[in-house]
Design a protein around this ligand. Sequence first.
Ligand code: SFD
Ligand code: AMP
Length: 627
Amino acid sequence: MGLTSADFEVVEMDTDLLIIGGGMSACGAAVEAKYWAGDDIKVLLVDKAAMERSGAVAQGLSAINTYPGWTRDENTIEDYIRYVTQDLMGISREDLVWDMATHVDGSVHLFEKWGLPIWKDAEGKYIHEGRWQIMIHGESYKPIVAEAAKKALGEGNYLERVFIVKLLLDEKEPNRIAGAVGFSVRENKFYVIKCNAAIVCTGGGVHIFRPRSVQEGLGRTWYPPWSTGSTYAMMGQVGAKLTQMEVIFIPARFKDGYGPVGAWFLFFAAKATNIDGEEYMVKNAPEFEKWAPYGTIKPLPTCLRNHAMIVDMREGKGPLFVRTDLAMQEIIKKDPKRVKTVESEAWEDFLDMTITQADLWCSYNIHPEKEPWEIMPAEPYFIGSHSGQGGAWCSGDPRISPPEYCWDYKGVVYNRMTTVNGLFAAGDGCGGNPHKFSSGSHAEGRIAAKNAIKFILNNRDFKPTIGDVQKLKEEVLRPLDTFEKHKGYTSVPDINPNYIRPRQMLHRIMKCMDEYAGGVSTMYTTNKPMLEKALQLLKFMKEDSEKLAAENLHELMRCWENYHRIWAAEAHVRHKLFREETRWPGYYYRSDFPRMDDENWRVFTVSQYDPASGEWKMEKVPYISIL
Ligand code: SFD
Ligand code: AMP
């Protein structure tokens, strides 16, 4: 007899603040929440993995990408807002960028205090990778940040290896958060957690689009495989408005290993060339002028750097190479004594954050100082904190945000609250606010937590009412029961007319998104009929997901991950369909609307799913600059 729902213990918990996720924004939220809450207010953090190595920073990072350094007179906050908005082709929630940027230096200084080694020059100043980025010895970045969060929370106030499946709205008060349900991925425990306020910090999403790495390479993607769109799915399902969900991120990376290129381009000043030895960034400069947001292309937006590659790839001028050889030879020529240092810096860039790239180079006997390696635009990823911008439509702070971007609950405005009362978002979950990266996500977690605690203090008499626990348990654990009930029907467990296994569903999602929604197989190109076809297929997948089957706890997690992927995919496709222009060439192309249309589309796209009717609504929200 295999595992069924009958084998599960129900664990019911009550907390004031529920932090879902244990990554950068969740760790920031934990530290800040405990600072304001003291011992009086309960804070519980729940992560599907182990915080020490969970989320996008699990493997470590070699740079902190957001350090405006305004506290040290390096830049102004306005400079940062301009850079971010320019990089996203003229669209960002400038108000949210403003207060993230205002607090992010503080988060970086905390990391250093907690023990993160940051590169410094002879005068003790941080060494920059580029204008906004600083170099770190960052293999242990996540353990350091997680340790501070765990210490702040205290033993017993964080649950690890518990996967949250869905949020619960209050049964008595409309549009108000009341809790969440999930299960342990190690023990037979079903969790029901009631709360007064919640912050969703569950990262971005991968394996929604089919990756370039397939078959034996499946799982080797740029984005780590453990965040699967839960953020967008869970918030969307309870009716939180989502914004800019069309803006996925396509990182240009060293081919196959997905090694970072930022350090090579910015720190080592490497160039990239096509098969004719031409620099595709120089060759395609006239093309950039056509896309200049507000008439300037400086600094050149990330998507346009991809676009230049795609132009050459379409012309058959690939493979494209990062000239690591020329860059290192140039550095060494200037200062021959630096040869060993430069070599070790180059390898550390990978060993700190993308070990596979180093492995790959070793396997192919690559000496980067002697020969170049290919660069390739990757598949699309959901990551609102990086150079994409999908996430929840969040309230700002009335002291800086336009009134149109602020809303209240019982007369008080709460910064980073979604359109569901008591539900907050940060990091990859807070939309329209890109270029936060690791440090900015931490800072935004702190902002959200401070406001969530204020929300709790102002609403202490709230008593959450949730639905029938037994029904919720049956729903969440159904894939186990489905498998157990039908597994004997066929001799090969994978082929069974009564159910679909999570791996099969994963491939369906990825194929659909790749072929119809602008994946690598169409060179990121899509159009109305293709997107409509994707929606139709996703609808079938949603229906079929009721028949997902799980053989064990691990597969149960895989089932729900896929369900979240389908939701995130649907939101993405609806946004892509709604925005009738091509604003981010290099991320995606609408072949039926091939140009940027500032007059009609320099706006935020906002979607909302109505949990009562099951209908989606799309709207344009006017762009308001605070500069
Ligand atoms: O440059 C559930 N990022 C980089 N930032 C930098 O500052 N420097 C770099 O060098 C960076 N590089 C980089 C980066 C990201 C990635 C993917 C790579 C390389 C390969 C960006 C940051 O990492 C990113 O901005 C932040 O980490 C975002 O923070 P946050 O909190 O939004 O997400 P998270 O840290 O990934 O954490 C997610 C958490 O959620 C958990 N989780 N828990 C319970 N239930 C569920 N259903 C859940 N689903 C997910 C996860 O376990 C995790 O704890 S560079 O190369 O680009
Ligand atoms: P990456 O390693 O590509 O994620 O880049 C790290 C940081 O450097 C991010 O802030 C990028 O926007 C920035 N970056 C990467 N490549 C370039 C480039 N060629 N020019 C300017 N900025 C870059």
